[in-house]
Design a binder for this molecule. Sequence first.
Ligand code: AMP
Ligand code: GLY
Length: 420
Amino acid sequence: MNILILGGGGREHALAWAVMQNPKCDKLIVAPGNAGIAEIAECARLDIEDGGAVANFCDENAVEFVIIGPEAPLAAGVGDRLREAGLLVFGPSEAAARLEASKSFTKEICDAAGAPTAAYAHFTDPQAAKDHVARQGAPIVVKADGLAAGKGVIVAETVEAAQAAIDEMFGGAFGGAGAEVVIEEFMQGEEASFFVLCDGEEALPIGTAQDHKRIGEGDTGPNTGGMGAYSPAPVLTPEVAEKALNEIVKPTLAEMARRGTPYQGVLYAGLMIRDGQPRLVEYNVRFGDPECQVLMMRLGAQALDLMHAAAEGRLAEARVNWAEDHAMTVVMAAKGYPGAYEKGSVIKGLDGLPEDSFHMVFHAGTTETDGRITATGGRVLNVTARGASLREAADRAYAMVDRIDWPEGVFRRDIGWRAL
Ligand code: AMP
Ligand code: GLY
């Protein structure tokens, strides 16, 4: 099978790494890819949000199966264009991608499906939103309705902070994403991520993870896209996962199918768990980044068979082979991230690191120039390891981190602290 993966971050490097281990993969192209991906697969320049351009590329390169990594092409309907062109695609339609692209849509689906989630109200007018906040009090959560690159959520400790966030969103701080606002009850508990493959009807859980969103150790400082992750998530016990599947994910899939927009791809449910009861925080219609890196480390080559089965509607007969293992990824970011950071610093020490089914450095934001690897993104490397225990995975990951020579990089020493 000739396969194309769309995307160029650590998530796509991990997907490419798993796919390449499967003998069913004859040829792999990743667009746009990055310096790490270029070491294991062909990289191509391509506008991945232009469905017509991607379809032409597939035709010219005899691609048979396309795996869509990020949310933007999914929300732009690239999956639909490719399916119309007769390709096999892993990833939801534009209509089903609304589970990530519109927070009010997700809330409406949860209502219809009876899925436990935070109480909410939806506003198109700033004054009505502010009056609502004044009545509800704080803490309270203000969300831009649309896609805002992970930045459209404000957990407000005070009514004043919530009202300022409302002004900011309606004032255009998140562009069109903030033209509508969802205001939610603040949920307490522990957060974890639950990943389920879907083929329109069937749901197959493929793993759990927890990430660290804050830049600083002890979970302090500004929010980031994620500074590290580990799998499995201890808080998502088999009992809690079963509840999340039966009370949240399956009813959602049934409601999507009932509406004529069945969901196919990976559904990433962000959950808040308290006293053994999961509630939905949000859906994402793609793998998490960096959660994908720890899931791929644990699944390995079977990930391709599972994604292929989801795309072909064969999940009912698919099985996941679980090992009693743990994985951790430590994100190395450019100094200054998530604020302004410099690009172009040189990373050394990557060559001598182990690369096997227990150790892998996935690249998130790198470029190769004249044989040197340089940092070109905010999150730059995902140093990932697997072990029989989380402790072993952590020791292996940090042993690699300590061998990487990159003075301009920063990372957290405490990934997994809650579970360790
Ligand atoms: P989201 O983009 O919806 O995942 O929100 C980003 C983060 O905000 C989540 O990972 C939570 O930490 C937090 N958050 C979102 N909604 C709520 C809520 N209703 N209650 C508490 N925390 C929330
Ligand atoms: N790590 C969080 C996300 O991918 O949305």
